[in-house]
Design a protein around this ligand. Structure first.
Ligand code: 5GP
Ligand code: MG
Length: 183
């Protein structure tokens, strides 16, 4: 698996140090409020686990499963929800967590669905934000790292459901995209 990596962007220690700061920012913003975190699976699983343990506030956690890539490295533009009902966020302060803000379509679609449930507020937190113009009008309120417009994997992010368990964020060697993955 490590042979497939061309370059590491953020080592584990760099990620965790930034999460310390991000958690402090979030804690300060929500002090005195009851927070409801909605984590977008599978990509935000590891990020959410590490971030939430750094936020010493009472909070609820809900998870959503959506898909927008369907196995490739380009967003398809269509967002598929894997559940029929949205979490009950009526009157709640929602912090939506995702791994990465790319075109913005996924988070835009989720925000629209959540707004229909009448939350008190919705803010968005992503580990990574790609520096590019976005197809959907959406920005994040809390951002871990700004990155260039390239396909990254690791720390929850996958390529064809592989590499999520890497402890760092990196870029795959070009040959990996050209060779079929086992399994
Ligand atoms: P968007 O809807 O903003 O284009 O894409 C958001 C979703 O696409 C993310 O939640 C993530 O699952 C996936 N995605 C976008 N960019 C990347 C990337 O560089 N690497 C990986 N592994 N997934 C990405
Ligand atoms: Mg995702």
């Amino acid at each position: 698996m490590l042979d497939d990596i061309e370059r590491i962007l953020f080592h584990e220690q760099t990620l965790l140090s930034r999460l310390d700061e991000l958690a402090r920012e979030i804690t300060a913003s929500y002090r005195g409020q009851e927070l409801t975190v909605v984590a977008v699976l599978n990509g935000s699983l590891i990020f959410a686990a590490d971030l939430l343990r750094r936020i010493p506030l009472p909070l609820r956690l809900d998870c959503l499963r959506v898909a927008s890539y369907h196995g490739g490295t380009e967003s398809t533009g269509t967002v598929t929800f894997h559940q029929l009902t949205m979490p009950d966020v009526r009157g709640r302060h929602v912090l939506l967590l995702d791994d990465i803000l790319d075109s913005g379509r996924t988070l835009h679609a989720i925000c629209a669905r959540l707004r229909g449930e009448n939350p008190a507020s919705i803010r968005v937190c992503v580990l990574l934000r790609k520096a590019k113009s976005r197809a959907a009008e959406l920005d994040a309120d809390f951002v871990g790292f700004e990155i260039g417009d390239e396909f990254v994997i690791g720390y929850g992010l996958d390529y064809a459901e592989h590499y999520r368990n890497l402890p760092f964020v990196g870029v795959l060697r070009r040959e990996v995209f050209e060779t079929p993955l086992p399994g």
